[in-house]
Design a binder for this molecule. Structure first.
Ligand code: A3P
Length: 343
């Protein structure tokens, strides 16, 4: 049995955490204030779990949250990439948590015993702690990236066209994972209803479907986000590894090997013979991570367990009507026409 995350926090650690959170809150307020006039000018739409979403550079963003329009603006202005950085980019609910775990486990596999039931960081803390979003880091008073080892690993939900210039200038490696839009919709609907402000009514699935189909979701339109990264992955395959949740589910070990090659840490023959690939696949499996994240919170009001619901391909069938499925198929066919993106 792995150690439940909540039980691993000592009183001293939790006082330090509160101090850190206060400093971070003050920093966030300063950044929100800095961009408030620019945000006020942006077109807006109804949000899923916040009052509004704002359209910035062709994509919808929350405001006054960590993953927000303000964080994108701040990142574009102040974030400096390193040439050896590796970024994971996703539309929310496409498999970010899984990929974060896999990328962290691959790069750090010689530091930790991947079989250990209690000491591996992925078994005592959330993958979102092990591999942070740049959207979160930008608010920290002492960001993780200041003293991180090479390669630095980060995730982002930003669209390709909104990435900070230094990531593009250095040609940093990017891993992108996308997922069947119907499963993304169902996953996002469940997630947003779980984390919505208590002052908000629970959203109906019909409402979520309407917004999703119009492209209105955090970091949506879904189709434009996927297309942006897919296009560059064709032009520059050595820079972007384009994966799908469905392929990764179907043939996890092979894609994990491909991921390791891409990240510059291929498995040796000896590792393969010793079963290290399978150890990493098991460590990062839905069963292993959901068990380790049964308790505790990632942030205030955000339990670790909300990132692990079903972890299946095709669960949409239980939620979408035939008509909804047909409409989303049509949009997907039209938007992805001529592109080799299949689920
Ligand atoms: P479901 O809601 O369909 O279950 P993200 O990490 O981008 O927020 O995506 C969350 C989705 O990935 C959720 O899908 C979640 O259950 C699934 N997921 C999380 N960890 C996983 C893992 N280790 N393996 C497979 N799926 C995982």
């Amino acid at each position: 049995m792995s150690m439940p995350i909540a039980a691993s926090v000592s009183p001293r650690a939790s006082i330090a955490k509160c101090k850190h959170e206060d400093e971070e809150r003050a920093n966030m307020d300063l950044i929100f204030y800095k961009y408030k006039d620019r945000v006020a000018m942006l077109p807006k739409e109804k949000g899923w779990s916040t009052k509004n979403l704002y359209l910035y550079q062709g994509f919808w963003h929350q405001s006054m949250r960590k993953v927000s329009v303000e964080s994108v603006m701040a990142i574009q202005e102040t974030f400096r990439a390193h040439p050896t950085d590796i970024y994971l980019a996703t539309v929310p609910k496409s498999g970010t948590t899984w990929l974060k775990a896999l990328m962290f486990a691959l790069v750090n596999r010689n530091q930790y015993n991947n079989n250990s039931v209690s000491t591996h960081p992925l078994l005592v803390s959330n993958p979102h702690i092990c591999l942070p979003y740049i959207e979160f880091e930008i608010f920290k008073t002492t960001p993780t990236y200041v003293d991180a080892h090479s390669p630095r690993l980060f995730a982002t939900h930003m669209s390709y066209t909104s990435l900070p210039q230094s990531i593009l200038d250095y040609g940093c490696r990017l891993v992108y994972i996308c997922r069947n839009p119907k499963d993304v919709l169902v996953s996002l609907f469940n997630f947003e209803n779980k984390r919505r402000d208590k002052s908000f009514d629970i959203m109906t699935f019909d409402e979520a479907f309407e917004l999703f189909s119009k492209g209105v979701m955090v970091n949506g339109p879904y189709w434009d986000h996927v297309k942006g990264y897919h296009k560059v992955s064709l032009e520059n395959p050595e820079n972007i590894l384009f994966l799908t949740y469905e392929d990764l589910t179907r043939d996890t070990a092979n894609y994990v090997k491909q991921l390791a090659n891409f990240m510059g840490c291929p498995f040796t023959e000896e590792e393969e013979a010793k079963g290290v690939v399978q150890e990493i696949v098991s460590l990062c499996s839905f069963e292993s991570l959901s068990e380790a994240n049964k308790h505790g919170n990632l942030a205030k009001g955000l339990p670790n367990e909300v990132f692990f619901r079903e972890g299946k391909v095709g669960g949409w069938i239980n939620h979408l009507t035939d008509e909804m499925s047909r409409i989303l198929d049509e949009i997907t066919e039209e938007k992805f026409h001529g592109l080799n993106i299949t689920f």
